[in-house]
Design a protein around this ligand. Structure first.
Ligand SMILES: NC(=O)c1ccc[n+]([C@@H]2O[C@H](COP(=O)([O-])OP(=O)(O)OC[C@H]3O[C@@H](n4cnc5c(N)ncnc54)[C@H](O)[C@@H]3O)[C@@H](O)[C@H]2O)c1
Length: 340
């Protein structure tokens, strides 16, 4: 089947908007479906834009029929780990019932494939002193409602693939970062919890000094190691996942990461190089539940998608994210951004 029209739930958000652009550049037609609770109308510039809740199966089915949708990429969801601990009901509702509604609407309308935004949080806390890279056979043992809701959603998709012949690809992103190199899109979360945008704000004087949570981990410089993957690399993987051949059970979970672990101080060093001055930071205590290392073994993505990270050096990630933060097109007070 030749693909033409792709429903992109959550396409007004950070990774979804970059993916909508990548789809359009691949000759596909994105239809963004978002409730704009955390996304930005100005980020939807490729294809059509529909306002709706992802838990509304009837509306999803209506949109799938109306636009003759061929496949779905499902980003819509809630993402802040700390908030999931204090509002688990909301996270389970949006992140699991959202997937159930998407799957139900797909069955109603005969849409076959869904590509799903999963996360390295499904692995929970790998053995503390194991700094090795994680492949998809690693034990899944999430330690917060965010990771639990994503793992449950993966399982629901796999069960639908087995029972009803749907096809599902769960892409487990490690740390998404960076911005569209042409400056049209970037990260603009209302409540930012990710290291790189917070460190950039500290470096540009737009936010408080960075707090590094723990410097006594069993890693080369004592800081946590994370795998940062450029949002444009992620976007490209979604386009590839739409047509990747799947195993007979119709479901694959695939890690998306660069395969390289970088410490918080490595990130600070890259930001220092970009600004030419020292980023202000202090060292605080460890945060509960932070594993020493979360680094992907991305070999399966290479085998099944023909994908590897190509734009995910720390310098490229930091340069694009900083250019965006200095001149954001939406999501921030532009005057402050432009003055930095
Ligand atoms: N950012 C990361 O580092 C990261 C890492 C792993 C996984 N993920 C997953 O990737 C997906 C996208 O992440 P992001 O960083 O782009 O987040 P984001 O918040 O920028 O985008 C999510 C989008 O979903 C929309 N949305 C939320 N609830 C909705 C609802 N009930 N109905 C319709 N739309 C709704 C929001 O308005 C937003 O536009 C999420 O599912 C997230 O869990 C992100």
């Amino acid at each position: 089947m030749t693909l033409k029209t792709i429903l992109v739930t959550g396409g007004a958000g950070y990774i979804g908007s970059h993916t909508a652009k990548a789809l359009a550049h691949s000759g596909l037609r994105p239809i963004v479906y978002d409730d704009f609770s955390n996304g930005h109308r100005d980020a939807v510039r490729w294809g059509s834009s529909i306002q709706g809740d992802v838990r509304d199966q009837a509306r999803l089915a209506e949109v799938m029929k109306l636009f003759e949708v061929d496949a779905v990429i499902h980003f819509a969801g809630l993402i802040e780990v700390a908030r999931s601990v204090i509002a688990p009901d909301l996270f389970w509702d949006v992140n699991l019932n959202g997937v159930a509604a998407v799957l139900g609407a797909m069955r109603q309308t005969g849409v076959r494939r869904v590509v799903f935004s999963s996360t390295a949080a499904v692995y929970g806390q790998p053995v503390a002193d194991d700094l090795g890279r994680l492949d998809e056979d690693e034990v899944t043992a999430p330690i917060n409602p965010y990771g639990e809701s994503k793992l449950a959603a993966e399982r629901l998709i796999a069960a639908h693939a087995r029972a009803y012949g749907l096809e599902g690809v769960a892409l487990r992103y490690f740390n998404a970062a960076g911005a569209d190199p042409s400056g049209e899109l970037g990260e603009a979360h209302a409540c930012e919890s990710h290291l790189i945008p917070l460190a950039i704000e500290a470096a540009l004087g737009l936010g408080p000094a960075l707090t590094i949570h723990g410097a006594d981990y069993p890693t080369p410089d004592g800081g946590c190691l994370r795998d940062y993957v450029h949002v444009c690399d992620l976007a490209r993987a979604h386009v590839l996942a739409l047509t990747a051949p799947l195993s007979p059970n119709g479901f694959e979970a695939i890690n998306l990461g660069s395969g390289a672990g970088h410490s918080v101080l490595d990130v600070v060093g890259a930001i220092d190089r970009a600004t030419g001055r020292a980023t202000p930071y202090s060292i605080g205590p460890r945060r509960e539940g932070d594993p020493a290392a979360l680094v992907a073994d991305p070999s399966r993505a290479g085998r099944l998608l023909g994908w590897r990270a190509e734009q995910s050096s720390l310098d490229e990630i930091v340069t694009t994210a900083m250019a965006w933060r200095k001149a954001p097109r939406f999501g921030f007070d532009r005057t402050i951004g432009a003055a930095a």
